[in-house]
Design a protein around this ligand. Structure first.
Ligand code: PLP
Ligand code: MN
Length: 334
């Protein structure tokens, strides 16, 4: 039997029972096509296959590479690239149904030139990122239809609201954003209104499909935002150095899980029963509540799931200390 003690660290672990509970809870809340899981959160086709088994057969992608990998894995029944691309040539040749987000004449032209046949008009609902102004969405849809494309509807991502502490305020502002999206939809037409994420999955009742991704594995930032899903993702590390308390100075320990093994843009990771001091390239310095020894293993909880996944080539599916399976994080790269 392979156990976590056999793994080289740092190593990415997914607790299978927490993962499956998250998939089941989300499938109960947003069954089948009400959820279009975002694969950028895990970049792993084996995990996407589990989401498909839970009933969600349409997926959201952030990169051309993710779309290609999903198609190659036989998960290409309905792939939305919810992002702007200027070179869509790799998309038009896939054996998959591909829908591309567009927010300009340039991205529309790229879709046509790349052989993409279906688009969503990406609408700016308040996050200063991609998306056309709501009042211009109908115009872009007309341009798309004139160019021979099928316009499936609209998308609009309220990403700036995901982690608002005040849940009532998060819901109120989500409604404001979605009113902008629905106004655009009235001009654009089509069946699809796509948006939302883990932070608003239960609040956003205006979209036809929610694009949540982080819910499957979770991180400390989303737990702090009050989401009910279980922490499934950890980075296994080894304690490589321990300094005992001395002369009134507190002691500390160091694990081999640095910022090259962790997405840090949402802050420091957490270590259970310890205070995290700081991360450097290859080190995590922490003060454990109870003494630890050199060689001990620790499970570090990332603050941001997506970039953490993207840093690792493989992820180990575990139950307790037993390693049940190892999956390639095969949607990495561009
Ligand atoms: N949709 C888009 C376009 C996104 O960029 C994201 C994440 O950033 C999401 C949906 C939802 O992701 P999450 O589940 O992390 O909230
Ligand atoms: Mn994220």
């Amino acid at each position: 039997m392979l156990t976590v003690h056999d793994l080289t660290t740092p190593a990415l672990l997914v607790d299978v029972d927490a993962l499956d509970a998250n998939l089941a809870d989300m499938a109960a809340a947003l069954p089948g096509p009400r959820l279009r899981p975002h694969v950028k959160a895990h970049k792993t086709t084996s995990l996407a296959a589990r989401q498909a088994a839970a009933g969600h057969t349409g997926f959201t992608c952030a990169t051309v590479r993710e779309v290609e990998g999903m198609a190659a894995a036989g998960l290409g029944a309905d792939l939305l690239l919810a992002n702007e691309v200027l070179d869509a040539r790799r998309l038009g040749v896939l054996d998959a149904r591909v829908t591309l987000a567009v927010d300009s004449e340039e991205t529309l032209r790229a879709a046509v030139d790349g052989g993409v046949r279906e688009v969503l008009v990406d609408v700016n609902v308040g996050l200063p990122r991609c998306g056309i102004a709501p009042s211009r969405a109908g115009w872009l849809a007309d341009r798309a239809r004139a160019a021979g494309l099928t316009v499936r509807g609209v998308m609009g991502y309220e990403g700036h609201l995901m982690m608002l502490d005040d849940v009532a305020e998060r819901g109120r502002l989500t409604q404001e954003c979605m009113e902008r999206l629905l106004a655009a939809h009235a001009d654009v037409g089509g069946e699809v209104v796509s948006g939302g994420g883990t932070g608003t999955y239960a609040l956003n009742t205006w979209v036809t499909e929610v694009q949540a991704g982080s819910y499957a594995l979770m991180d400390t930032a989303y737990t702090a935002a009050g989401l009910p899903f279980r922490q499934a993702l950890t980075v296994l590390g080894t304690v490589i150095s321990v300094t005992a308390p001395a002369g009134g100075m507190p002691g500390w320990a160091v694990a081999d899980v640095g910022l090259k093994a962790l997405g840090m843009d949402h802050g420091n990771p957490a270590v259970p029963d310890a205070q995290v001091w700081f991360c450097s390239d290859e080190h995590l310095t922490f003060a454990p509540d109870a003494p630890v020894a050199v060689g001990d293993r620790v499970r570090v909880v990332p603050a941001h799931v997506d970039p953490t996944m993207a840093m690792h080539e493989r992820v180990h599916l575990v139950r307790g200390d037993e390693v049940l399976d190892t999956w390639a994080v095969d949607l990495r790269g561009w």
